[in-house]
Design a protein. Structure first.
Length: 102
């Protein structure tokens, strides 16, 4: 596998993380690298939209923050509790998600 390819770069990044947290990811990346399987973008987008709908329909408030501190999930229940729409908060960092609770 070419180390400068996107798959090679992903494998390199995952290899640097602890086995405890990344075992499944390593297996998936190795499978993708070994089989030269290309992920179909349309199906991936469709599944991500389905996941977004599921999270949005949950009755409990949900917030998810990535490793860089940016908000990646903010569901309808969280909008109702805080009065802040997901369009205003998704993608923002700097602990902006804490402001509505302060």
């Amino acid at each position: 596998m070419n180390p400068s390819s996107p798959k090679g770069e992903l494998c390199r990044l995952v290899a640097g993380l602890s086995d405890e947290k990344t075992g499944a990811a390593k297996k998936l990346l190795q499978y993708l690298a070994d089989t030269n399987y290309e992920i179909q973008l349309e199906k991936l987008v469709e599944r991500l939209k389905l996941l977004e709908k599921i999270v949005d329909s949950l009755p409990d408030a949900i917030i998810a923050v990535d490793r860089e501190g940016r908000v990646i999930a903010w569901n309808r229940a969280m909008e109702e509790i805080t009065g802040v729409g997901k369009e205003e908060i998704i993608g923002r960092g700097e602990y902006i998600y804490a402001v509505p609770f302060y």
